[in-house]
Design a binder for this molecule. Sequence first.
Ligand code: SAM
Length: 316
Amino acid sequence: MAATPTHIPVMLERTIELLAPALERPGAVMVDATLGLGGHAEAFLERFPQLTYVGLDRDRSALELSQQRLAAFSDRIHLVHAVYDRIAEVLADLGIRGVSGVLFDLGVSSMQLDQAERGFSYLQDAPLDMRMDDTAPLTAERVLAEYDEAELRRIFFQYGDEKLAPRYARRIVERRATAPLRTSGELVALIDAATPAAQRRAGHSAKRVFQALRIEVNQELASLEHALPAALDALEVGGRIVVLAYQSLEDRIVKRELAARSASTAPRGLPVELPEHAPLFRLLVRGAEMADHEERARNSRSAPVRLRAAERLRAA
Ligand SMILES: C[S@@+](CC[C@H](N)C(=O)[O-])C[C@H]1O[C@@H](n2cnc3c(N)ncnc32)[C@H](O)[C@@H]1O
């Protein structure tokens, strides 16, 4: 584990620029669905002195560190241990009816990857845990011990885009008949042994399998599919959302949801669009934006990022 956990916030200035018009209003409330180490949060709280900030994270250690980091702003922050699909409930509990800004900075933080004992990294030997929330019941070890071969295959295919999914799933099931897989080192060794030399692609052969397990353990896609509509519903007219996604499955969910909300619902052939058919949102960036060259050189975590953003135009 690194001595001081760090995480460089990705596309920070662009995120601020996109959300600023919504946050300059009096009484503005922003929800940060993925508080992490509070890097984005600190910058927003400094930049907008009137802003109330609601930060969610499912990782208790991230919340503790953010609490310390953001201590100077304690009178206008609410930090909540929650999975972000509970966003509506969290806001209702705080008595907040509408918000001006929403930020999702998806995935794991550098701190989580650096904490070897949490088992996220295929490069370090550790128990097969991979939970972002250490109070959640499902671990990677349980997935590998309990899921049947077809389910394992599906996860590796769908979440890891792994062509050797059938082979890995079969080997895992064979192996656990004699001894359970308990550590990331054991899993990496199994994958290495099961990968034909000709198919060892650039990078580590275990990378995709680990990504797939992480997505399954944390139910990352289902959680996002529930959370995004709830977050968009919570936005006031003029409110804005920015989402930073680091892998294509998540970005596809974001793209689809924002596109659906930004489209007219007028039936085809209607000569004039009625007000109730007008789009609820407008997209603030064309397609997805990426980090610029300079940021990518400075912070490798920003290399895969896809930023999407939208503004609420009218009430539902
Ligand atoms: C990339 S980090 C955020 C970093 C943060 N923006 C910063 O600058 O420090 C993502 C964070 O989101 C949290 N997270 C991921 N999925 C979550 C979910 N479904 N609900 C709540 N928090 C989640 C992770 O625990 C992690 O701390």
